[in-house]
Design a protein around this ligand. Sequence first.
Ligand SMILES: Nc1ncnc2c1ncn2[C@@H]1O[C@H](COP(=O)(O)OP(=O)(O)OP(=O)(O)O)[C@@H](O)[C@H]1O
Ligand SMILES: [Mg+2]
Length: 401
Amino acid sequence: MTKSFGSQNIWRDVSLTLPAGEVNALLGPSGTGKSVFLKTLIGLLHPEQGSVIIDGTDITQCSAKELYEIRKLFGVLFQDGALFGSMSLYDNIAFPLREHTKKKEDEIRRIVMDKVELVGLAGAEDKLPGEISGGMRKRAGLARALVLDPEIILCDEPDSGLDPVRTAYISQLLIDINAEIDATILIVTHNINIARTIPDNIGMLFRKELVMFGPREVLLTSEQPVVKQFLAGDRFGPIGMSEEKDEAVAAAEAAMQAAGISGGGTKDDFSEIIPQVQPNPDMPVRQASIRHRQNVLNIINDLPPNAQAAIRASIAEEDRRAMESPETSATLVAMANHQFDYPAGHGFQAYDGATEQISTAGMATAVIDAPTQVVETPTEEIVVTEEITAVTDEGQASSRE
Ligand SMILES: Nc1ncnc2c1ncn2[C@@H]1O[C@H](COP(=O)(O)OP(=O)(O)OP(=O)(O)O)[C@@H](O)[C@H]1O
Ligand SMILES: [Mg+2]
C-alpha cells in the first residue's frame, strides 16, 4: 500500500502478510505512520494505492455493508484509548456488544465484568474516562477491544502509559488470548522488551518504507544501522530527532562515538535471543508457535546467516524446555514405552536403535496429536517429512512414509 495526506507521503509500497493466528509487532520511530497503518488495515483510512485483503475480501474495494461485517472480526486498541468521554467504563466496554450482537444485558454484564477483571479494572467500571489514570484508560480500551472475541487484534502501543509490571501483565494477556482463541495479533510498540519477548514476527517502518518484516530473529539479529540504533535506543545512528539527520550532525556524532562518548543507548546484545513469553499453564498450547515454526523452517535457508543461527538456537531451546515439562515428557515416554534420551542441539534420539534425529516439530505434544514429523539430518540441509504410524513395544516405528 501507499498512503499520503495531500502532498505528504507517509509510506509507500508497504507489503506484508500477517500469518494467521500469529503474534506480530510493528516498530518504527515516532511519526513514521504506524498508527496510520493500523487505521488503514481496518478501513478507517484509505490508501491511494494497494489493497487490504482480509479473509479474501479487499476492504479498500468492498461495500460499506461488507466493511461493517468485516470490522466485527477486529478488536482494536487505539493509541489514545478512544473511549467515549461521557460514558462509564462499563458502557464503553459494553458498546461493541450492544452495537454488534443481540445479547441480553445479563450476558453482556457477564462478558464485560470478565474483561474488566482480566485487565485489572474491577471496581472502576462506573467511573468516567476523565476520572481515571492514563494507564487505566489504556486498559479499558483493551477490554473493549476484546469483548467480541476478535479474530484479529490490533493494539496501538498497549504499553504506553503503563508501568513495567502492568506492561508485563498486558503482554501476558495478549499471549494467553492468542493461545486461547488463535487470534492474529498486531502490536505497535516502542517497547523493546515487548518486541524481544512477545511477537513471532517483527516489522519496522522507517523513512516511508517497511525496512523488514519477518520472523523475530531476523530483526533482532539485524546488522542494519537503523535497526540496531532503534533497538539500542541510542541517539547515535541514522534516526534523528526529526526524520532526516544532516551529514554534519552525523559526522560529529560518529566522532563522539569513536571517542567513547555515550549516545545513551543500552549495550544489550539483541542477537542473543531470549525465550518468548509462554501462555499461562491453564491455557492450551499456542497453535501459532507450531505453525510459526513450520513457516520459519520453510524459509530458513533464504534468511541471513545470523538469523538462521538464532532461529536454530531458539528451536533447540524451545525443544529443550518442552522436554523438561513433566507433562510432555510423560506423554512421550508413555507413547513409546521407552526411555527418551535428549542430547544437546537439535532433535532427540527417539529410542534405542533409531538412527534418525527426530525434531519435536513445534511442541512435543504434536508427536501424539499429529504423527507427522519434521526430520532434520545432522547437516541440517535436508528436511524430510516422515510419518510414523505406530510404535511397537520394542520402540521401532512399524511403518513410515
Ligand atoms: N488524519 C490525518 N490527516 C493528516 N495527516 C495525518 C493524519 N493522521 C496522521 N497524519 C500524519 O501522518 C504521519 C504519521 O502519523 P502516525 O500517527 O501514524 O505516526 P506514528 O508512527 O503512529 O507515530 P507515534 O509513534 O508518535 O505514535 C504524521 O506526520 C501525521 O501528522
Ligand atoms: Mg502512533
